[in-house]
Design a protein around this ligand. Structure first.
Ligand code: ZN
Length: 488
């Protein structure tokens, strides 16, 4: 009890010490257009090739013209950006993240009651922004996440569009503060109707749902126009095929299949691929999070050594270091299990891609070690290593997630009429997906943010975090002990 009281005191102190930083102004109707000249365009439209020496005109946050530099003339009042020797592509999507907010604390039984101002939205989104990640899929959204999303859409903060999925689990729930609970089909249907009227468009199903509740949730979501993403409930072990009901659209981790497999065999992978293919169920790989879970079960050293840790709230840093649940629960058996899952995931992703099942790039950011924004680039490299072509990897982080989320008319490709959420790179990402790290500028809804400005945002964030009160592990929910204790 004492530690909780101390935790609350620290949280209040952090709030006092950390006022919101003002974000750069959003483009207005009067903002001059931007012309990026002589750039190589990678549109990420289906089969769309890289095209050299293009001029791209942005106005009012949209792409308004695109074509050969010899034909497309910048408007007289345009701000000109020389794109020679650079590549322009759609901004990236991380299809599996957890965005922290105060509501996680407020709604978790046994924690500290009302907390406000612990997490500043700009601060939690800046690491995504500087890494060119301008769309995320937030997979355990509570009410505050809807507010965070609105802060982005109204231009109060810079950062990714947030698609929010509300979670439903069985009894007892693995993450009590972040989920609704449904033990019967009727409760499942009611949870979906509640989720819909609260404004969510996506439902996340979780590990402890009963078969009846799961089926009812998926069906009710379908008839209400909501899409379903999530775990494969534990109840389906030994009968995984039964989870593939119409409308179960997206599995949240490759690891979900590992948890369904007794011996992690290739025969199981073939069976899973057939069932997912038949049902049209896509996959978010989250290779990064499984990799980190194995690594931090072995040792905390790689977490401590992360150069990007300083961009996270001290509360999160404390949770990952002092409160690291993988390290706390480490045994040789768990380590061997997690290492087996890492190898299995790679084989599964390769087989799913070969079977024509769309695979999305997602990281499960906020799993300890998985740093928002930065981890997406790690994931892209892991997907390439697992056997995706470089084009498939880039599609997994641009057009495909936009398609699944239903936002492809607005973003996910670089085309006339689409939102100017773009990434200007100094090296060709099709030659090596690691080149997505070589960012000359991020263009967020038409706002041109050169590398120097992104770097100064990061410096300010690190300074603010270093000045805030450390040691907040006690205020953060640690979640329940899942049997396999993988990602959330
Ligand atoms: Zn997760």
């Amino acid at each position: 009890m004492r530690s909780r009281r101390v935790g609350f005191g620290l949280a209040a102190a952090l709030w006092v010490a950390a006022p919101c930083a003002a974000a750069p102004a959003a483009p207005t109707a009067e903002s001059p257009p931007i012309a990026i000249t002589h750039v190589t365009v990678l549109p990420m439209t289906p089969g769309g090739p890289e095209v050299a020496d293009q001029t791209v005109i942005l106005r009012h946050g949209r792409v308004v013209a695109l074509g050969a530099a010899s034909k497309v003339k910048p408007p007289a009042d345009a701000r000109r950006i020389d794109g020679s020797g650079k590549w322009l592509m759609p901004a990236l999507t991380d299809a599996h993240v957890h965005i922290p907010n105060d509501g996680f604390l407020r709604t978790t039984p046994g924690h500290i009651g009302t907390v406000t101002g612990l997490f500043d939205t700009q601060d939690v989104l800046t690491p995504y922004l500087v890494n060119g990640v301008l769309q995320v899929f937030n997979l355990a959204a509570v009410a505050e996440a809807v507010g965070q999303s609105r802060e982005v859409e109204t231009g109060q903060v810079l950062g990714p569009h947030i698609a929010n999925a509300a979670m439903v689990d069985g009894q007892p729930p693995v993450w009590p503060g972040q989920t609704r609970v449904a033990t019967t089909p009727e409760e499942g249907r009611q949870a979906v109707r509640d989720i819909r009227v609260e404004g969510y468009r996506y439902v996340k199903v979780y590990s402890r749902l009963s078969e009846g509740a799961f089926d009812a949730i998926v069906e009710e979501a379908n008839s209400n126009g909501l899409k379903v993403v999530g775990h494969i409930p534990n109840i389906f072990r030994g009968q995984t095929d039964k989870a593939f009901v119409p409308g179960y659209g997206l599995v949240a981790h490759a690891e979900e299949y590992a948890k369904q497999s007794k011996d992690l065999t290739d025969e199981d992978i073939a069976r899973f691929a057939e069932a997912a293919k038949r049902n049209g169920t896509w996959l978010i790989a989250t290779l990064t999070s499984s990799d980190w879970i194995a690594r931090e079960t072995a040792s905390l050293a790689p977490v401590k050594a992360l150069p990007t840790l300083k961009y996270l709230s001290p509360a999160i840093q404390a949770q990952w270091l002092a409160g690291n649940r993988y390290q706390a629960n480490a045994t040789p058996e768990r380590l061997a299990r997690f290492q087996g899952i890492v190898a299995f995931n790679n084989r599964l992703v390769r087989a799913f891609v070969a079977a024509g099942i769309p695979v999305l790039a997602g990281t499960d950011s906020m799993v300890p070690g998985v740093v928002p924004g930065y981890a997406l680039h790690d994931e892209l490299e892991l997907l390439a290593k697992a056997g995706l072509s470089n084009r498939q990897v880039l599609e997994a982080a641009t057009r495909l997630p936009a398609d699944w989320l239903g936002v492809a008319a607005d973003r996910g490709t670089l085309d006339v009429g689409k939102r100017a959420d773009l990434l200007l790179l100094t090296a060709d990402p099709l030659a090596d997906v690691a080149n997505t790290r070589k960012i000359a500028a991020v263009i967020d809804g038409g706002r041109y943010l050169p590398r120097s400005q992104l770097a100064s945002m990061l410096r300010a964030l690190a300074k603010k975090n270093a000045a805030a009160v450390p040691g907040l592990a006690s205020v953060l929910p640690q979640g329940g002990a899942d049997d396999d204790d993988g990602g959330g």
